[in-house]
Ligand binder design. Structure first.
Ligand code: PLP
Length: 360
């Protein structure tokens, strides 16, 4: 295989071995004479794939008893609506921590369904910070506290889990799920679009405390109703079967690599290498406060921003793809998800050193 290093923010890089396995499985999956994409989601063969993927995910993340794991559709964006529809009544208050672009989108969607109180807002730092843990005071009576542990666009990450007081804690983990071990028991609900650390787009994994099922508003669409999804084994209708199958392969790959403990160590090392270089280069800079820099998404700028286009052109030629920053912020961004090998980060730093030398 001739592969480049893909630093895209999402859909993002998948492990080589998973892609090779998919290639080998297609078009004759396990000797059935057809691909996994072509079999019924209700058939024994696919149900086995689906259940096994769920079990692997539960084991990897350490999901305790008393939580449901749902495989849903509509991306994280559908969850921006599903969360208030399932966890808050009309007129209830939901609290938010605003740390950047994905928080802002979650807040805007929630406002359609619930009274929103934004407890903290990092706008003053241009979203390069997270709030002090002690500054988060969730008012009594709030239905839930929603936050974004990793802001994919800004590259800002919480180094702690906020205290929701008596409210439920809800986290959009789209770009950080499975990047390290977490304590699921601290959360009422976790959701994540698959296309960063889990697999192909089209699948959203939701972990929800079982006692919260059955509270959805009457007008909630069935496919966004956690209780209805749980009752149907996440299949009230046709699920994204191919994405689900690939997710299972990715879970196996993480398992074979030592699970989330090992994954976390690798991710910390990868990000650390890049931040160390950015901070000492004199040619590049990362704007995020050092206490809350993301392991997954590393935005950076060139001091001579007139060289941005040249940087992108040359990096692509050097086999380093998709380094342009999000259209809303410009500059560069290197996403270092689980499937980005350490060799990719080393190659990026070497290229950056060389580019700086030639243009510095
Ligand atoms: C990518 C992303 C989303 C959007 O996911 P969709 O699947 O496109 O709806 C939401 N939140 C975060 C933190 C993300 O990284």
């Amino acid at each position: 295989m001739s592969r480049i290093f893909n630093f895209a923010a999402g859909p993002a890089v998948l492990p080589d071995s998973v892609l090779e396995r998919i290639r080998d499985d297609l078009p004759d999956w396990q000797g059935r004479g057809m691909s996994v994409m072509e079999v019924s989601h209700r058939g024994k063969d696919f149900v086995e794939v689906a259940e096994r993927a769920e079990q692997s995910f539960r084991r990897l993340l350490g999901v305790p008893a008393g939580y449901k794991v749902l495989f849903m559709q509509g991306g994280a964006t559908a969850q921006f609506a599903a969360v208030p529809l399932n966890l808050a009544g009309v007129g209830d208050t939901a609290c938010f921590l605003n740390t950047g672009q994905w928080s802002i989108k979650a807040i805007a969607e929630a406002r359609r369904y619930v009274e929103v109180e934004v407890l903290t807002d990092e706008q003053a730092s241009n979203y390069t910070t997270v709030p002090e843990a002690t500054s988060i005071k969730v008012p009594g009576g709030a239905a839930y506290l929603h936050y974004t542990p990793n802001e994919t666009i800004g590259g800002v990450e919480f180094p702690y889990v906020p205290n929701p007081g008596s409210a439920l804690l809800v986290a959009d983990m789209s770009s950080t799920i499975l990047s390290r071990p977490i304590d699921v028991s601290k959360f009422a609900l976790i959701y994540a679009g698959a296309q960063k650390n889990i697999g192909p787009s089209g699948l959203t994994v939701v972990v929800v405390r079982e006692d919260l099922l059955g509270r959805a508003r009457k007008l909630t669409p069935t496919v966004l109703d956690y209780a209805a999804m749980a009752a149907a084994g996440s299949m009230p209708n046709t699920p994204p079967t191919f994405a689900w199958y690939v997710a299972g392969l990715v879970f196996d790959w993480i398992d074979a690599g030592g699970g989330l403990e090992a994954m976390g160590q690798r991710n910390a090392a990868k990000a650390g290498m890049l931040y160390d270089y950015l901070d000492t280069s004199g040619f590049y800079a990362n704007p995020v406060h050092p206490g809350c820099r993301s392991w997954m998404n590393v935005p950076f700028t060139l001091h001579r921003s007139e060289l941005d286009k040249q940087f992108l052109l040359e990096s692509r030629t050097a086999g380093l793809a998709n380094l342009e920053g999000h259209r809303s912020v410009g500059g560069m961004r290197a996403s270092l998800y689980n499937a980005m090998p350490v060799e990719g980060v080393k190659a990026l730093i070497e290229f950056m050193q060389d580019f700086a030398q030639r243009h510095g």
